[in-house]
Unconditional design. Structure first.
Length: 199
């Protein structure tokens, strides 16, 4: 078995590629997404990431003292919605977070974090496609544009994954990453009924 990063990259490739073709992301990449569609996308992402961050925060393992911290990047989504349409927050505050199931091992915790951190690193290409909605300002796309510390967080995660060498723990990381991707895929489908997936 290769490194945990190799395992995750290869094992999640199919579902990762499928998500690139989701209609909202395709419209974003084509620069054809309109403001209502973009706001709906941000709201869906907010629900997913709010639940994801709660699951990551709630899982406490001794090994986490050597792992990356989890900052709450869902707040960037809230900021973007506020910038684009402040009245949207009247009901965004009542949006229910997507229910991620309990993370039961450190390997699984790293697998879930791999999905979150990877999405941050890939978001910059999407941020560049929002000039038609945001002009030349950063406001309205801060989630996709990311922050100055995102690269360092990714590197810390990579080091933690490199230290995961027990096959059972590697498999836990892969299964958790797949479950997180699958939950996201299901959540983003129109009118989906979301069933939490065990990790």
């Amino acid at each position: 078995m290769g490194t945990t990063r190799d395992l995750l990259r290869q094992g999640t490739r199919v579902i990762h590629e499928r998500l690139h073709h989701h209609s909202s992301f395709a419209e974003l990449m084509d620069e054809t997404i309109a403001l209502p569609g973009y706001l709906a996308l941000l709201e869906s992402l907010y629900s997913y990431h709010q639940g994801l961050e709660h699951a990551l925060d709630s899982a406490i393992f001794p090994e986490r003292s050597q792992a990356p911290t989890v900052d709450h990047r869902s707040q960037r989504l809230l900021h973007d919605m506020e910038e684009l349409r402040p009245s949207r927050l009247d009901h965004t505050g009542h949006v229910q977070a997507v229910a991620h199931t309990e993370i039961k091992s450190y390997g699984a915790w790293l697998g879930v974090l791999y999905v979150r951190e990877g999405s941050m690193m890939g978001g910059r290409a999407l941020a560049a496609k929002l000039d038609h909605l945001c002009g030349d300002q950063a406001s309205g796309r801060s989630f996709f544009q990311g922050g100055s510390g995102d690269g360092a967080s990714w590197q810390r995660l990579c080091r933690a994954l490199d230290g995961l060498i027990v096959p059972e723990a590697q498999d836990q990381a892969l299964q958790a990453a797949l479950a997180s991707f699958q939950l996201f895929d299901t959540w983003m489908m129109p009118k989906a009924v979301v069933t939490p997936i065990l990790v």
